[in-house]
Write a protein of this length. Structure first.
Length: 358
């Protein structure tokens, strides 16, 4: 792999009156093959000219991302899709019409002009139109599709603020456009339209139920237990992803038994001298009263959990803990699916099942 790209990082406020100027500077960096981190509605992206193989190579180097993990091309118009994808099925236009700009990525057949490293050598390409004024303005000003994975180092939680980007990539990205915290908080939902049957490769910011209103036969098979990048349709769905430095202990079970089990485990770890943290919904905190363990609170519902999940993991990870305890959310629909998926990955696929009392 290439050496990480070295540069002095500039953070530009993209919300202020000067934001037009910030966008122009960032677009110029993209055009000369540099790297710009920018906000989208989901998470921050690490962007480069998506039609330049050399610029895209810098993304992989900066993130220390394996070359077999393809990146998404971000567009600002439907017209741009025809230049990067071919044999685009009508379902793509249906979904784009319904959900773009928005947290939906479509995997399509790739046009030959798309650099091979964007697609990690595959004959497909992932495309999305982000729902964020700064992202859209940057893509338009750069005049090229922008290749962008999440702007974190490989296997770290995705960044939902400019500060998260800096803590992973300071000195490796030319400009960070600071647009404040992101709205959705989990990455886009990825739908593969190149197979026999449309399939979800990654649950994300767009709920499955909404997609199924347009694509009733949409398939979804959780991929959590896939072992190697070669064997999975979306290599980023590898298990060891979003992993905090602390071990995430993920509990699942009915409320009346799961909280006592979590408290018992936390107390046991604390007694053994380990530093323990809690990743909780606001109303779960009451179950842990008196435990000397810091908590990151994620709000009241799946939408707020999605928004604050990665920040919560980063916050706890910054405390140098040995273990973080969390409970699998009850909501399996809406954004609950994406939240459960990210928690499961952070726990490296392990769930501590607490059976119901009988
Ligand atoms: O919300 C998002 O999708 C964010 C923002 C920045 O747009 N981006 C993001 O990118 O999450 P990344 O690279 O962290 O995750 C993209 C996922 C990876 O798991 C990758 O394997 C998959 O998309 N992917 C990209 N191109 C693909 C392709 N041609 N076929 C299958 N999977 C693909
Ligand atoms: Mg990522």
């Amino acid at each position: 792999m290439m050496q990480p790209y070295r540069t002095s990082t500039r953070v530009l406020d993209a919300l202020s009156d000067q934001s037009d100027d910030a966008i122009q500077q960032a677009a110029a960096v993209i055009q000369r093959g540099g790297l710009v981190a920018f906000p989208t509605e989901t998470v921050y992206g690490l962007g480069a000219d998506g039609l330049s193989e050399a610029a895209v190579a810098r993304i992989f180097a900066a993130k220390e991302r394996p070359a077999n993990d393809p990146v998404i091309l971000h567009v600002a118009s439907l017209g741009a899709v025809a230049r990067i994808a071919q044999n685009v099925p009508s379902a793509a236009y249906t979904l784009a019409g319904a959900f773009w700009p928005g947290p939906l990525t479509l995997v399509l057949r790739r046009q030959p002009q798309v650099p091979a490293n964007v697609s990690a050598g595959r004959d497909t390409v992932a495309v999305r139109m982000p729902d964020h004024p700064i992202a859209l303005a940057l893509i338009r000003a750069a005049g090229t599709p922008i290749a962008a994975p999440s702007a974190n180092r490989f296997s770290r939680p995705s960044p939902t603020s400019a500060q998260h980007v800096l803590s992973d990539l300071d000195g490796r990205v030319d400009i960070v456009l600071d647009g404040g915290p992101t709205q959705v908080g989990v990455e886009s939902t990825i739908v593969d339209l190149t197979g026999q049957r449309p399939a979800v490769l990654r649950p994300g910011g767009l709920p499955l139920e909404k997609l199924r209103e347009h694509l009733p036969d949409l398939a979804f098979t959780p991929q959590h237990f896939a072992e190697s990048a070669e064997s999975v349709p979306a290599p980023g769905t590898l298990l060891k992803h979003y992993s905090p430095d602390a071990e995430l202990l993920l509990f699942r079970g009915p409320a009346d038994v799961v909280y006592p089990a979590m408290c018992a485990r936390a107390a046991q770890l604390l007694a053994a001298g380990h530093a323990v943290g809690l990743l909780l919904k606001d109303d779960e905190l009451a179950h842990f009263e008196g435990l000397p363990a810091p908590a990151a609170l994620l709000g009241h519902d799946a939408v707020s959990m999605a928004r604050s999940l990665f920040a919560g993991i980063r916050q706890l990870d910054g405390l140098g803990l040995d273990a973080i305890l969390a409970r699998m959310p009850d909501e399996a629909d809406g954004l609950g699916l994406a939240v459960s998926d990210r928690l499961l990955r952070a726990a490296e696929g392990r769930i501590i099942e607490v059976p119901a009392r009988r």
